[in-house]
Design a protein around this ligand. Sequence first.
Ligand SMILES: [Zn+2]
Length: 445
Amino acid sequence: MNDVTGAERSPWRRDPWIALGAATVFACILMVLPAPEPADPPGGPLPETNFAVVDVTVFDGEEFRPHRDVWVEDGRIRAAGQRLALPDGLPRVDGRGYTLLPGLIDAHTHTYGMVLNDSLRFGVTTVFDQFTMPSLAAQKRPARERLARTGESDLFSAGNLATAPGGHGTQFGVPVETLTSPGEAPAFVAARKEEGADWIKIVWEDGGTFGADIPTLDRETIAAVIEAAHAEELLAVIHASRLEHSLAALEMGIDGFVHVWGDEVISEEDAVRFAEAGVFVIPTLSVRVAAAGESMGPELLETTEPEYVSPMQRQTLTQTFPRPVGTSEAAVESVRRLHAAGVRILAGTDAPNPGTGFGISMHGELRLLERAGLSAAEALAAATGVAADAFGVEDRGRLARGRIADLLLVAGDLESDLSRTTAIAGVWKDGFPVEAAWATPQEPQ
Ligand SMILES: [Zn+2]
């Protein structure tokens, strides 16, 4: 929730947040998960650009489908189905015993350092950044349309967030254009659109849940920014760390929430209101559990080959928040109720906050979503098809004809054991295989 890492040599400064109400105390049972071995690619080096993965269990962005063939042509999916009539001589990957899924989408990151390289190696082929410098986002934007060998995942970004002078988001040493009144909202949003923002992110954060007092936008200004975003045909998403603020934003017509609040468990009635409004929620349980002192970092590092983990991933995964408080169970319970009510849930990590790592933490987020009651298919959909749909990204997120061949191949059956997503046997970006080890990043072309 604090937006960027406190890593050494980083220009970002750590800004702790603690989100859980002390009144809500649950027993937290940390699951002891099996440790899947990193997998070898089936039958030697992975083919590129034009090939097929045959007789594989597919997760298509929505559900599992056994015994499928997926045909990639010129970096896009040409066909996916049963017993496809494939041309003679087309390179084939024997998919028996493996699961093939769309490259994952991390719906909440912050662009810093090796984010795009570190994400890609772990099968996260697209990241939705929730605050970075607009110039950086603009620099990365052309790669989204380019089908070429690359060592980086694609970036979509909110760019400059909407916050008050001195408000959350301004503490990181990056220049932020702020606003103070409803009348400024239309020009503020128009400027973001001009910069190329893919959506508008609003901050409603008074610091109260972590014992601070931070200037924040008032209700009228937040409502005006949402209205202005919609007038410009942009989605408006919000960082709100209190349930009370989240419910107010719902009334204002917000499209999505980039965190689940941690102060109170939502009532079942209010969860139904979220569902009826059609909003989505990116709970970022990875950072919620880390703030509660229950980071997934050790578990993820234990189940991953050391050579795959970059120094920055290791550093941020092993960092801790300075003042861990409470448990994560209130946030998990709210997600459980939202999901049960039918609210769209998206997977996002808020990496590189302490206790999280780019890319690798998406595999922990999937396990946390399962803990909140999502099935394996629902958790994977939260990281693929549902995320693409929520942000209106139509060229990825599903294994379907015409979509970009961003693919993740894992050894084993994810439907029965979701923790096997880290048994990565191959990653393709734009139809090109990606090197697994961090020390040998591929040169962008
Ligand atoms: Zn964030």
